[in-house]
Design a protein around this ligand. Structure first.
Ligand SMILES: NC(=O)c1ccc[n+]([C@@H]2O[C@H](COP(=O)([O-])OP(=O)(O)OC[C@H]3O[C@@H](n4cnc5c(N)ncnc54)[C@H](OP(=O)(O)O)[C@@H]3O)[C@@H](O)[C@H]2O)c1
Length: 419
């Protein structure tokens, strides 16, 4: 059969049903280019594998996008997950989410703690509870996936404590959390592989120079894009400094620090955050996103592929060798694209300013809470007295009525007797 076909090809040329070779070449090239583009934009899969049974992981942002995929992969390998979520643990959606995660990963050691990263007080409440444990609780990994962004075209917003939202959630929340957890991280035995994984975004390259005072200065130019980029740049500078802070600690056993900070750029992915950014939070934007979904599919990673570099940071054995503070992109170590990330002066100023801002804000919010508590107590006291007075008044009125009734009765009886 193939021989006659090949002979007819040789002598008579291509059969009539065969497409024009030029057209075939055109289609093959187009499909090949699409496949190559998709392969390239999907990024590298994580080449490092490791069992994580018994390892305790604190994670933020583990309920959505890249964080959710990371949480799934870590839990599948047996890690014990403590997810810090905005919602309380009894929120029905969160209960469902955790139940589902437990079933799919066959791992019951997953639970949630309510921590609103937009509130320094909420972070302090969780972190102090964690470090107050005696003996110190096991802690192998902290994965800080939570982030927020103001959609383009929207106004600058502030948290209840008065800090610009992106600066608070993307940067200051992590500084505060790691600051309080620091003793727990330092107290881990030397043979434990402790990692602090900090996802960032390549938008840091275009961030303005770090002038922390700018953040509190409402008169300075602000845009959602710059605020996001600046918060990520600051986070990277902090990550490097935090590693130095850990390294400077003199362990009681005189051994070197075993905790490593790893900064990760997961790459652009089709997550809720990215969709909000692309659609500008509008219905028209959402419509265009759906219509042009193919472009997003082609150029952006899936959340699972974006999680690969974070998983590499969590599992690669090579990261234990040498100093911490490495930068991972596409599952390999790369250099920072900006020099100021390693600038000691910038880092020192940022650290000091962040400390001051946290202290000032916490004091103000503690005073506010105390005032509110006092006002509430006073309001309750007044309400109690008012209700007491009301009851006495009612009682007196009732007594008066009863007296009147009695008097009337007596008068009626006397009149009847006289008659
Ligand atoms: N997606 C990308 O293209 C991309 C690119 C580069 C870097 N990254 C980085 O990768 C990480 C994950 O990004 P993503 O796109 O997967 O994020 P995402 O889908 O937008 O999810 C953000 C997560 O942060 C949590 N979060 C936000 N505000 C919070 C708050 N006040 N308190 C507690 N949790 C809060 C959210 O909780 P709720 O579910 O309650 O909202 C959610 O779980 C981020 O650090 C991001 O900067 C992403």
């Amino acid at each position: 059969m193939p021989l006659p076909f090949l002979a007819s090809l040789y002598f008579d040329g291509l059969p009539p049903w065969f497409p024009d070779p030029l057209v075939a070449l055109k289609y093959t090239t187009a499909l090949g280019s699409l496949a190559l583009t998709k392969w390239y934009t999907s990024g590298r899969p994580n080449p490092s594998e490791r069992k994580l049974h018994g390892r305790v992981v604190i994670m933020t942002g583990g309920t959505s996008g890249i964080g959710a995929k990371t949480a799934f992969q870590l839990a599948s390998r047996g890690a014990q997950l403590c997810l810090l979520t905005r919602q309380p643990p009894n929120d029905p959606f969160l209960v469902d989410y955790i139940d589902d995660l437990r079933t799919r990963t066959n791992n019951q050691m997953i639970y949630a703690e309510q921590v609103d990263l937009a509130s320094l007080h909420s972070i302090r409440q969780f972190a102090t509870k964690w470090i107050d444990n005696a003996p110190p609780r096991r802690l192998d990994m902290v994965v800080l996936c939570a982030a927020t962004l103001t959609t383009p075209g929207h106004k600058r917003s502030e948290t209840e404590e008065g800090i610009e939202t992106e600066w608070m959630v993307n940067y200051l929340a992590n500084v505060h959390l790691l600051g309080i957890l620091s003793p727990a991280i330092k107290a881990q035995p030397f043979d434990r592989d402790v990692r602090i994984i900090i996802p960032t975004c390549s938008s840091y390259i275009g961030a303005p120079k770090l002038e922390p005072g700018d953040v509190t200065d409402k008169t300075r130019f602000w845009s959602p894009k710059l605020a996001y980029a600046r918060s990520k740049l600051a986070l990277m500078v902090f990550a490097k400094t935090y590693q130095k802070h850990l390294d400077a600690y003199k362990r009681p056993d005189q051994l070197p620090m075993n905790a490593r900070v790893v900064i990760v750029d997961p790459g652009f992915a089709r997550t809720v955050g990215m969709r909000r950014w692309l659609t500008r939070g509008s219905l028209l934007g959402l419509f265009l996103y759906v219509v042009f979904y193919f472009v997003a599919w082609l150029l952006l990673k899936s959340p699972n592929m974006a999680a690969q570099s974070i998983l590499f940071a969590a599992m690669d054995g090579g990261l234990l060798r040498g100093p911490g503070g490495k930068f991972i992109k596409e599952c390999m170590e790369v250099d920072f694209a900006r020099r100021d990330i390693e600038d000691e002066e910038v880092a020192k100023k940022l650290w000091e300013e962040s400390d001051k801002l946290i202290e000032k804000t916490e004091k103000a919010s503690a005073l506010r809470r105390a005032r509110e508590k006092k006002e509430k107590e006073e309001r309750e006291k007044v309400e109690e007295i008012e209700s007491l007075v009301e009851t006495i008044k009612k009682g007196k009125a009732k007594q008066g009525e009863e007296k009147k009734k009695k008097k009337k009765k007596t008068t009626t009886t006397t009149t009847t007797t006289t008659d």
